[in-house]
Design a binder for this molecule. Structure first.
Ligand code: ADP
Ligand code: NA
Length: 351
């Protein structure tokens, strides 16, 4: 089988929030122990929705700084930005020709971001976004992708693209020594690309808005009160959590009691994730208590976990030479690995 390899990316678009941290970055940190990991600042993705960005170089640095401040080791693993490795875009073009327009149009994120009816005015890049994401992962033939629950559908599409490439080029792959025999479901396939496995889960696989428990916490939410940002100071975190929407009831003592209480479930999930507990363990402690008791405890926990990260991010952004050196070195190592794949892919295709 394919050797386990972890890949994931975060867009350099504005403030990182608690959803990005719990859904992605914290998992990146945990996976370093037993895996070879590649973590990418996906700047090519950041221009799909909005072409021109205020101070892109510092936005890229700040994501890399968040990775480092959270505990990612850039010497043992690879931290870099996507545009430094042109092989991502090259493979994405090939995947654009493998994937079908209908697959892209079905993506709920595309529909959400275009509001459905404005789809014709969206950039072609926004439609093809999942194809580039598949290329990001598969240009390293990565097998495992830690992400938030919002990326699940895109990862299924990455599997579909890998599968179609493997099947469409089966004869060509067989003529090289690069393929591997795998089974997909029950089916034996001589594959060049692995079937990626999403790593989604934990007590807060999707962190919801603090203002509306039915919407995910997002950088693009107009209300800054809807999210805790990694760069928020203690006072701001406290204000946002105290103002978070809740219901008038006490916390239940069993997780079943969270059903139909989206805001309560979200805050309990955040507490559980930040304290490495299950939701039930949190309810064992706070069941029967009012939010007036639970919220201050959540504020303390969030400040304790986030403030050392915020502080280190600030230091790294004060003198950017360290981050720039990390990105340069990571870019070189990533390029060398991506080029191994692309040489083989070009040969498989016949270029
Ligand atoms: P955003 O969705 O805020 O624009 P990205 O698309 O760059 O952020 O996502 C970076 C990572 O953070 C992805 O793995 C994504 O799944 C995760 N993520 C984003 N928002 C959330 C959320 N609300 N809850 C959990 N994970 C999230
Ligand atoms: Na996202």
């Amino acid at each position: 089988d394919f050797k386990p390899l972890v890949f994931s990316g975060v867009q350099p678009t504005g403030n990182l929030h608690l959803g990005n941290y719990l859904g992605a970055i914290r998992k990146f940190v945990a996976l370093q122990e037993n895996n070879d990991c590649i973590y990418c600042v996906v700047d090519l993705h950041a221009i799909t929705n909005q072409l021109v960005h205020e101070d892109m170089p510092n936005q890229i640095r700040s994501i890399a700084a968040a990775f480092i401040a959270s505990g990612i080791d850039p010497k043992k693993h690879i931290v870099f930005n996507q545009s430094a490795v042109p092989q991502h875009a090259e493979l994405a073009w090939i995947f654009n020709c493998v994937a079908r327009i209908g697959w892209m149009e079905r993506m709920t994120q595309f529909k959400d971001k275009t509001g459905g009816k404005n789809a014709e005015q969206a950039s072609l890049g926004l439609l093809a976004y999942p194809s580039l994401m598949a290329a990001d992962i598969l240009v390293y033939r990565a097998t495992h992708v830690p992400v938030g629950d919002d990326q699940k559908q895109h990862l299924e599409l990455a599997r579909d693209i890998a599968m179609k490439f493997n099947v469409d080029f089966e004869q060509h792959i067989a003529r090289t020594s690069y393929g591997i025999d795998i089974t997909v479901g029950e089916q034996p396939v001589h594959a060049y690309f692995p079937m990626v496995e999403p790593l989604i889960g934990g007590p807060a696989p999707r962190v919801m808005s603090l203002r509306d428990g039915t919407k995910k916490m997002s950088k693009s939410d107009a209300s800054d009160l809807s999210r805790v940002n990694l760069m928020d100071d203690a006072e701001t975190i406290s204000k946002k959590i105290r103002k978070a929407k809740t219901d008038p009831d006490a916390l239940p003592s069993e997780t079943d009691g969270l059903k139909g209480r989206a805001e309560a479930e979200n805050l309990v999930g955040i507490y559980a994730a930040l304290s490495d507990k299950t939701k039930q363990q949190v309810l064992d402690e706070f069941g029967g208590q009012q939010f007036s008791v639970f919220k201050p405890a959540l504020v303390d926990l969030a400040v304790n976990v986030l403030s050392p990260i915020t502080q280190e991010m600030r230091q790294l952004m004060d003198d950017t030479s360290h981050i720039d050196a990390i990105l340069r070195d990571g870019g070189e190592r990533a390029r060398a690995r991506a080029e191994v794949t692309m040489k083989e892919v070009r040969e498989i295709i016949g270029f």
